[in-house]
Design a protein around this ligand. Sequence first.
Ligand code: MG
Length: 366
Amino acid sequence: FFFQAEDGIRDSSVTGVQTVLFRSACPMPIRNYPHVLMAHGGGGRLMQQLIDSMFLSAFSHPALHARTDAAMLDSMTGRLAMTTDSYVVRPLFFPGGDIGTLAVNGTINDLAMCGARPRYLSCGFIIEEGFPMETLWRVVRSMANALAEAGVAIVTGDTKVVDRGKGDGVYINTTGVGEVAEGLLLAPSQIRPGDRILLSGDLGRHGMAIMAQREGLAFETSIESDCASLVDLVFTLVDAGIQLRCMRDLTRGGLAAALVEIAEASRCRLQISEAILPVHEQVRAACELLGLEPMHVANEGRFAAIVAPEDAERALQLMRDHALGRAATLIGEVVSHGRGEVAMVSRIGVTRIVEPPSGEQLPRIC
Ligand code: MG
């Protein structure tokens, strides 16, 4: 472990202090070691220096200095939600984000989808020997900013260094724990015929921003990833008392995978309308070039919400009033119980069954 904490949220100033972008230069002692060495993961003096000057300064929180073997946290009331994810995105930096923003937002968004307010994160770094310290600092800084924006603290972590050529720069794993809002149960089992399906914004930006960065796919585009924390938008809905049934963020596999999963788990037939799906012109063009469907492409700041019909209009308005939900759209509804499938009415009025993407068409996207 490179740092531990007694209580990750005891001092809420961690969010206040860093709300505006955390941009300090790479901490001084690191200058003596411009690249990560095996010893930075070895448990000795160099590792301690990396922890002190880099991780503790970026994830600054009084409780981190407790240095116990495990984070000891105040118990939370109600049910806990817990999730984990590993981030292996390539390239590490892309328009609209990087592996650091992704590692924080990706995990807290999964908590938010369960109606859980994210509280604590753990963070494991697997770093390749020779990785530039300055680049590691950029990633850590991005994480600090994403944490500050979402009001979440990293309370424990781990750092490992693997031999040169045996990693790919850096991989990050984060685990998140959140507190489920009282009385809320968001799950496929909660949906019923008549419920409306809302989409929080346009599709495919993250996947296409990454693809545009990759070698050999040098199409001209200004597409930025939609990577963002959905916590605030989700809790705008929760706090307004919207009758939410189920939510899912549209990461790998995109909207198609998310809806098919919900349909199969609930054994409900969902019906959506293709013409309504918001897709940016450049994303659409890039998808056509690559032979992809926008509804199969990954997003990192979009979600689908299934809500009670009487609350759909109000939910939509709340979403549109929020910076991350301006393009929110009602895309369809739950039509019947029995067959777990997603039907899509095409632009020319033909209904077809939506299939999830067959394989890993866009590897290393998150
Ligand atoms: Mg998810």
